[in-house]
Design a protein around this ligand. Structure first.
Ligand code: SF4
Ligand code: SF4
Length: 96
C-alpha cells in the first residue's frame, strides 16, 4: 500500500526504507561517494550503517538485480562508513 510521498521525487512503499524513484534522476552518487550497483550483492550493511539514511534499497518484486542506491544525496556528510562496511567494493569515495 502506498503512503504519501516524503520527497518530491519519490513514493514511500510498504517497506519504510524502500522507495520507487523516477529513473531520470541519478541515484548512484553523492558529493562524497559513488555506488557501483553491478558489484552490489544486496547485503544492506551500508543501509544499516549510514547515520544520515542516505542509502536505500532497490528491492522491487521481479526486479532483476536488487542493489543499494542513493535516496537523499544532499544528506551525505562524507563519513565513509558505507565505504568501509561494504565488503564487495561496491561503494567508493569520490576524489575531489
Ligand atoms: S554494503 Fe555493499 S554489497 Fe552490501 S548492500 Fe551496500 S553496496 Fe551493496
Ligand atoms: S559517506 Fe556516510 S553519510 Fe554519506 S552515504 Fe556513506 S555512510 Fe552515509
Amino acid at each position: 500500500m502506498l503512503s504519501l510521498p516524503k520527497h518530491k521525487h519519490d513514493f514511500l512503499c510498504k517497506k519504510k526504507e524502500m522507495r520507487i524513484h523516477y529513473f531520470s534522476l541519478n541515484h548512484s552518487k553523492t558529493r562524497y561517494i559513488q555506488i557501483y550497483s553491478e558489484n552490489c550483492i544486496a547485503c544492506w550493511e551500508c543501509v544499516k550503517i549510514c547515520p544520515q539514511k542516505v542509502i536505500g534499497k532497490v528491492d522491487i518484486l521481479f526486479h532483476k538485480h536488487k542493489h543499494a542506491h542513493i535516496d537523499t544525496s544532499k544528506e551525505c556528510i562524507g563519513c565513509f562508513k558505507c565505504v568501509k562496511v561494504c565488503k564487495n567494493n561496491a561503494i567508493k569515495p569520490i576524489k575531489n
